[in-house]
Write a new protein. Structure first.
Length: 192
């Protein structure tokens, strides 16, 4: 019995302290790996698909779509690039069978090139994302939620890392804000 208690306590300790220490050590070992700039002649053209996960997000989906359309990729606004057939940017909203007006709001952005992939019945976020991946054309896929705002240069920052052949995934730093603009408790958890 004491052995089981010891293993449980060790697991909790590792989760909250051991893993962050190992991650910090690993980060220091790999600190020299910085993104390369895309100013080399002959760099392969990159394409990006932004997949926005949504489930009953009528209150925030329009702001998210405006934020996404205002992003820049290769020094041009996403909204401008969506109008090019098979252009370098694709925006997909993956709706997990939303039963509010989320899908209707997204459809109004079809004229800007925003695509809606809707599950016929609720199956979860990962299922909605898989359905969106099935129609994604981008060499880089950016997953984001309806409540997340991205900085204007986020796509270029992500793409810079993918100029390296040994990079397979990149993550951002999340900052969660409450409705009054203050950092929320979840923000502290994400930072930890």
């Amino acid at each position: 019995m004491a052995f089981i208690i010891f293993i449980c306590l060790l697991s909790v300790f590792y989760t909250y302290f051991g893993y962050p220490v190992l991650l910090a050590a690993f980060t220091q070992l790999r600190a020299s790996r910085q993104p390369v700039t895309d100013d080399k002649a002959g760099a392969p053209p990159l394409s990006v698909t932004v997949i926005i996960s949504a489930r009953n997000e009528e209150e925030v989906i329009e702001a998210k779509l405006r934020n996404t359309l205002a992003l820049r990729f290769r020094e041009r606004p996403v909204a401008e690039q969506l109008r090019i057939e098979n252009g370098p940017v694709q925006v997909i909203v993956a709706s997990d069978a939303s039963d509010d007006s989320t899908d209707a709001i997204v459809r109004t952005y079809a004229e800007y090139g925003v695509e809606l992939v809707r599950l016929p019945e609720r199956a979860g976020k990962e299922s909605a994302q898989r359905a969106a991946i099935a129609v994604a054309r981008g060499a880089i896929v950016v997953f984001t939620d309806a409540k997340i705002r991205l900085e204007e240069d986020a796509l270029d920052c992500f793409a810079a890392y993918f100029q390296r052949a040994d990079v397979g995934a990149v993550s951002s730093h999340d900052r969660v804000e409450a409705t009054d603009g203050e950092q929320s408790g979840e923000g502290f958890y994400v930072r930890y």
